[in-house]
Design a protein around this ligand. Structure first.
Ligand code: ZN
Length: 244
């Protein structure tokens, strides 16, 4: 069983199309999205349409929550707030209803999928203490749950939990030890923040217990043009070049 895991698409249609084409080449039995289909970039409806029609399992992200009128973007910085309010005005009622129907967490056999932190869509897994908390929550949900996939930071990560200690592993292809627990971030499709502007995602091969990360180039300039033409803050176009 091969599961492609994508996250933080953020209305970047060009990046999403490039990633889905690569997943098609690589071959995957299912695709799971860790939320934030929308926000920041200029094609919210097109990206939601693709997730809806593509039979892609998805959880809610913090931008999705605000764009779908479920919460107000009170904790957002001014640029993120402007973009999410623009998104709210752009989204069709149908797509808002779809976003509202998404779960905050998803369990598929021994895999767990969520956006920010377990039981908290808005919170980041950034520090060791966050990882420790989330490993405890994962174990509390079910003994069989060995692997959790999260997004929200827009930065790849592989964290492992072994004999009571948490380790930061290299965020590169690797085999996962059967006796450990893992928290894994595939990086962001539509707004990477690790200095590499290419779209990021991963494929998890359950039979081999192997994680394979991928990066894909996409038509970044087309995405930038749309951001500017939509009247969204120009910093959102600039940051795509630096991957920041
Ligand atoms: Zn995000």
């Amino acid at each position: 069983m091969r599961t492609a895991v994508i996250a933080d698409i953020h209305s970047n249609l060009e990046a999403l199309q490039a990633v889905l084409a690569r997943i098609e080449d690589l071959g995957a039995d299912e695709i799971v999205c860790l939320g934030d289909i929308v926000g920041y970039n200029a094609n919210p409806n097109e990206c939601v349409d693709i997730i809806r029609s593509g039979n892609i399992k998805c959880v809610l992200g913090n931008h999705d929550v605000c764009a779908a009128d479920l919460e107000e973007p009170d904790g957002f910085n001014p640029i993120a707030r402007r973009a999410v309010l623009w998104t709210r005005a752009e989204l069709t009622d149908e797509n808002k209803l779809f976003l509202r129907s998404l779960p905050r967490e998803l369990r598929v056999k021994d895999l767990f999928f969520f956006h920010g932190s377990i039981h908290d869509t808005n919170r980041y897994i950034l520090y060791m203490s966050d990882a420790v908390d989330n490993f405890a929550l994962l174990a509390g949900i079910g003994k069989l749950l060995r692997i959790g996939f999260f997004g929200h930071t827009h930065v790849r990560a592989v964290l492992s939990h072994s004999r009571g200690a948490v380790f930061v592993e290299l965020s590169s292809d690797q085999w996962l030890a059967e006796e450990n627990r893992y928290l894994i971030n595939p990086g962001s499709v539509g707004q990477p923040r690790d200095g590499d502007p290419r779209a990021s995602f991963l494929v998890y091969d359950a039979d081999k217990r192997r994680v394979i990360f991928s990066r894909v180039e996409y038509d970044l300039h087309a995405c930038q043009d749309k951001i500017i033409r939509a009247g969204l803050p120009s910093w959102l176009a600039e940051r795509l070049v630096s991957g920041s």
